[in-house]
Design a binder for this molecule. Structure first.
Ligand code: ZN
Length: 136
């Protein structure tokens, strides 16, 4: 599935707004994410750091949670970080894979000289699945 440029621009704009609200007092590494749902709605998330660092949740997973709470199905996620080309962390890749390896992942930075497009399958070619194909 090809995403229209107007859709990509809409997603990055939403992700930038979310990024502005990132709670990142420890790393100052502010990230925003916007998920496009199958029905056209957009759900956003920002990173949420915690003094107990292991409790920190990334923008991508927060946006996915908002999508799921609304009963929507994610088909793409746009991520805005401090630098271009910073792909989602391993935990987020695995959580994104839950919604299909063909889910689009769009990456850019706060000041956009451009963006990158991947699928979750590109980023996580051997994801864990609850039911794996049987070995032969
Ligand atoms: Zn992450």
């Amino acid at each position: 599935m090809e995403l229209a440029q107007v859709t990509i621009d809409r997603l990055f704009a939403a992700a930038r707004q979310a990024q502005a609200n990132a709670w990142a007092p420890y790393s100052r590494f502010r990230v925003g994410a916007a998920v496009l749902a199958e029905d056209g709605r957009v759900f956003v998330g920002c990173n949420l750091e915690n003094a107990s660092f292991g409790l920190t949740v990334c923008a991508e997973r927060n946006a996915l949670a908002a999508t799921v709470v609304a009963g929507a199905k994610p088909i793409a996620v746009a991520v805005v970080g401090p630098q271009v080309g910073l792909p989602p962390c391993g935990a987020c890749r695995q959580v994104l894979a839950e919604f299909g390896l063909d889910l689009h992942v769009l990456l850019t930075a706060q000041e956009p000289p451009g963006y990158q497009v991947f699928t979750v399958g590109d980023l996580l070619p051997s994801s864990f699945a609850f039911e794996q194909p049987s070995l032969r």
